[in-house]
Write a protein that binds this ligand. Structure first.
Ligand code: ATP
Ligand code: ATP
Ligand code: MG
Ligand code: MG
Lengths: 252, 252
């Protein structure tokens, strides 16, 4: 089983879109996938058409009340979800209780080893209790970045946090960078891409996800990009991205 | 003096771009403006070319150590800034200490009444200690929204939080909605705009800020849109937006 956290402190870079699309594509090609919505906004839950955010969800996992098996429900063939719920809002603030509180998710996921091939975590745009739990629970990090100056500028800061967590955990955690909402005709986007390739060549997945309005429309219908517009560039890019991820194809 | 918080829990909707552009435009037309970077990423600080995020900044205001007069420094004609600094990262988590801790910013801004015409707060994409301080300190809220389903979907949730704060504070707080990164040729964007006008007609400022790559480029040079590309649609839209704000011109 591999636990993958999709995270970046910068807001609006395509974390939810990437988590949902990768999770569904991995399930479509036959893997058994659990996706967890850790964002208090619950946008991944909305994106799959799961209507209600009341009742137990990932907040109960993070505060240790319930286990994964109690809450995972099937949303598509071979794809299961634990929804984001209102309780997450209050949790964001629980920093400062020390290391034990950052390991809640790690322990919850520890004993479900045999059930899923992949667990994918959609994270909020912050660096509090929820994101720290995701960092301590995951094997790998996928970091979406848009072709903007501010998104690039924030990347180094985030990767520093990741390095510190690696040292504390004394274990290697691969990280992958995905260029999202990419507009190849924009000079700025190409500049950001070149900078990222220069600094992190062995981490940037080869496929670039292009800007495609279908990716912004599909959450409104509660459908993944593969269900909403299977012939779109969004669907093509995310399925190619998953193959790159599985084979470790980077820009190097 | 008016205190304006630019906030939205949804990430990447143009909070920093709107806070910086409105602040500079208000200063350019003659008002005395203080802008405060409350985002742990410190992107507003970067956007104005203020290089260093070490040393005291807004974190010291929020934890009550220093006053506004100690930290405000002039960055442009009639525009002053208190920079975001690393200490903000640890503060995000301080929820749960009760009402007193949410009033820190309110008290810090209370006794500077005569110095500035406007104080503009750039907020992080979350709803923790920092955002609550901004909600309790401000007179008005500006909420940027992009023409996407997820950004629209999050709006109602955020406005509920705002309504609760109004009740606690027993005072009226105007809120303005600004459509940002708008692409008029996108059907989805027009649908979102129509929905917003239907639900909040008297709150949506008349000017829509169009997608304009110069707005994504200028932070890389530490320049505001007016300095970087005065003839761009970004500069035109933000200066029209400020006039709408000053005169209360909504889509109604
Ligand atoms: N490749 C793309 N093309 C067009 N629109 C996209 C693309 N990827 C994401 N979007 C849209 O951009 C917006 C931001 O994406 P998303 O919500 O996935 O980002 P996020 O990083 O999860 O945001 P947050 O920081 O708020 O959690 C959404 O409205 C989404 O539908
Ligand atoms: N009208 C616009 N046209 C083109 N690009 C824009 C526009 N407004 C903002 N941007 C770019 O979009 C990205 C997101 O904007 P910004 O960082 O201001 O959003 P934010 O809401 O402050 O994000 P966060 O939630 O991370 O704080 C930035 O790279 C910015 O330069
Ligand atoms: Mg998200
Ligand atoms: Mg910002």
């Amino acid at each position: 089983m591999k636990i993958l956290a999709v995270m970046n402190q910068k807001g609006g870079v395509g974390k939810t879109t990437t988590a949902g699309s990768m999770a569904h594509e991995l399930a479509r090609i036959g893997h058994r996938v659990l996706v967890m919505d850790l964002d208090p906004q619950g946008h991944l839950t909305d994106s799959f058409g799961v209507k209600s955010k009341s009742g137990p969800g990932t907040a109960e996992i993070l505060n240790g009340c319930l286990g994964v098996h109690d809450l995972a429900s099937q949303i598509r063939d071979s794809l299961f979800m634990i929804k984001g719920n209102r309780g997450l809002m209050g949790l964001e603030g629980r920093v400062g209780e020390g290391m034990v509180s950052y390991l809640k998710l790690h322990h919850a996921l520890h004993d479900i080893n045999v059930t899923y091939d992949y667990v994918i975590l959609d994270c909020p745009p912050s660096s509090g209790f929820i994101s720290l739990n995701a960092l301590f629970a995951s094997d790998e990090i996928v970091m979406p970045i848009t072709g903007d100056y501010l998104a690039l500028h924030g990347a180094a800061g985030f990767l520093n946090i990741l390095q510190r967590i690696r040292q504390i955990r004394k274990r290697e955690m691969k990280h992958w960078i995905v260029l999202t909402r990419f507009q190849p005709r924009r000079k700025l986007a190409m500049e950001v891409r070149n900078k990222i390739m220069e600094h992190y060549p062995q981490h940037v997945l080869a496929t670039v996800v292009r800007e495609n309005v279908a990716l912004a429309e599909c959450p409104g219908f509660g459908l993944s990009i593969f269900e909403y517009a299977a012939a779109s560039t969004g669907a093509a890019d995310y399925s190619a991205l998953v193959l790159d991820y599985l084979h470790g194809n980077t820009m190097k």
